[in-house]
Ligand binder design. Structure first.
Ligand SMILES: C[S@@+](CC[C@H](N)C(=O)[O-])C[C@H]1O[C@@H](n2cnc3c(N)ncnc32)[C@H](O)[C@@H]1O
Length: 292
């Protein structure tokens, strides 16, 4: 997937989240029991997740000399920066033109870094240049965007002998497509069962598999409240204004976009986007896969 200037709706979601919430990280964060669920604590929850990942990376790489990491889907580049500051050599691959502007700004402010930012999707990495370059492929909430077949075909080519993949992301549970209320409220994620099948058929074995769903799902409740209490009233005011100022044009645009609007209404406003629904249909996992 080469970088394009045309944004997909999923990328728009990420960009809006980053801009509206003014956050450095695009992951859910870890809501441990001692952390009160509030928008003010979102950055703290995200920092706990980042610390957990950094700890994981450090313990996996402690015995490898001059390890090299590929941060797959590096978002705004925050984790990338922290890894560089800890002395790792890190490259990154990211297809979002908007996010890559932020990543380039970050890298420019870091003296002496040797990072290559591949401004494309993981699937389109230049294989020859990247062949057997990395000790670790890090997927922080980016795994779901990349076809499993591409990941399992390419990862052994990118990794050095004894290399690893660290994956932190959500997957679809067996309840997926059961037709229950809210089944389609959260898109994204590979089927967990299919992922395990792919691992079995690959040259990787799972050395760590932790279910973090209960620590991540409070974020859903938080964002849902923000969406219904803040964003929806704000958008309704804009809608009201546009209808008064340009009634025909506004009605026409709404008619043309009616299918997209209906999908968005179902997804965000039907009341199904709850923590319980997320926990039923998604499993959020921290996984370490070792190349055999
Ligand atoms: C939810 S964000 C996570 C960002 C960051 N890793 C973090 O933890 O904050 C997903 C990231 O994956 C990137 N992405 C989407 N499709 C991708 C692909 N095919 N290959 C690599 N990265 C991709 C997005 O541009 C975005 O930066």
């Amino acid at each position: 997937m080469p970088a394009t200037t045309k944004m997909t709706s999923r990328e728009l979601g990420l960009v809006l989240a980053q801009q509206l919430l003014d956050v450095d990280d695009l992951h859910y964060g870890l809501w441990e029991p001692d952390l009160e669920l509030s928008l003010g604590n979102l950055v703290r929850a995200q920092q706990r997740y980042t610390d957990m990942l950094l700890e994981q990376v450090e313990s996996l790489l402690s015995e490898r000399p001059a390890p090299r990491i590929l941060d797959v889907g590096c978002g705004t580049g925050h984790l990338l920066q922290l890894l560089i500051e800890r002395g790792y050599q890190v490259d990154a691959v990211n297809p979002s033109a908007h996010l890559n502007t932020l990543v380039r700004e970050r890298l420019a402010a870091l003296p002496h870094n040797t990072t290559t930012l591949y401004e494309t999707g993981f699937e389109s990495l230049p294989c020859r240049r990247c062949q057997h370059q990395y000790e670790l492929l890090l997927f922080s909430e980016s795994f779901q965007y990349i076809p499993l077949s591409d990941i399992f075909a390419m990862a052994p080519e990118l990794l050095r002998s004894g290399g690893r993949m660290v994956i932190c992301d959500f997957f679809k549970t067996d309840a997926h497509c059961d037709g229950g209320a809210g089944d389609r409220s959260f898109s994204g994620g590979h089927l967990l069962a299919e992922f395990y099948r792919c691992v079995e058929q690959s040259s990787f074995r799972i050395s760590h598999d932790e279910d973090l769903t209960a620590k991540v799902s409070p974020n859903i409740a938080l964002l849902d409240e923000w969406l219904t209490r803040r964003l929806v009233p704000a958008l309704s005011s804009v809608d009201e204004y546009l209808l008064a100022a340009w009634p025909r044009l506004t009605r026409f645009v709404k008619w043309v976009s009616r299918h997209k609007l209906a999908r968005a209404r179902y997804k965000y406003l039907s009341g199904h986007r709850s923590q319980a629904v997320f926990e039923k249909y998604k499993s959020y996992r921290l996984l370490v896969l070792d190349l055999e």
